[in-house]
Design a protein around this ligand. Sequence first.
Ligand SMILES: N[C@@H](CCC(=O)N[C@@H](CS)C(=O)NCC(=O)O)C(=O)O
Length: 216
Amino acid sequence: MPELELIGASPSNYVWTCRIALAEKGVAYRHSEVMPHTAEVDAIHPFGKIPVMRHGAVEIFESRAICGYIDSVFPGAKLMPADPVVAAQVEQWISLVNTHIDPVWVRQYLRGYVFPGTPDGSPDRALIDAAVPKMEAQFAVMDRAVGKTGHLVGDAFTLADMNPTADIRAARHRAAPGRRACTRPRGDATRGLAASRRPQGGGPGQGPGRGNAPHL
Ligand SMILES: N[C@@H](CCC(=O)N[C@@H](CS)C(=O)NCC(=O)O)C(=O)O
């Protein structure tokens, strides 16, 4: 089988979602550190977003599609449960995280630290402070969801857990140390999801990315 190439800069939480899927499946892969809206990405994603993927002649864009491909094509424990009800529950969480959690945790809160757009580069407190109450409510939702088993669906780590794990990783690694992160200690959801799985590295270009990306 040809080597899979995951294309996208490490600061991207969506790149990390795919790296978690690859690690869970035990797939050896090449990781290419490429920014959004570059020729290599634009050749695959119609709007130039990362991640994108190449596997032989197969080119895929959008993290959900990439994770689904990885799960289907490679052997190993299934990341998407076979049971249609459970599979729908996994999809509901992926969708909820992508449409509600990511816009607040990453595009608002994290952006306020990483790309504040302030004249002196200091964190955009207005943006961050506006995100915090929304995050409080969302942490409560996530805490309840993982309360029984430590996983969003069932009692195993599935695709549902990967997106929020990547979001938490992004916020933890890139928000300025020492800054007020939120108004109360993180709850079980953020602790449990973030601690549950981490890619172990192994391929060329792997390792935590710390470079500044102009896009989140
Ligand atoms: N729905 C896409 C979202 C990907 C996405 O938003 N990627 C960000 C990096 S985390 C990006 O490419 N941003 C550049 C832009 O929005 O122009 C997916 O799931 O792959």
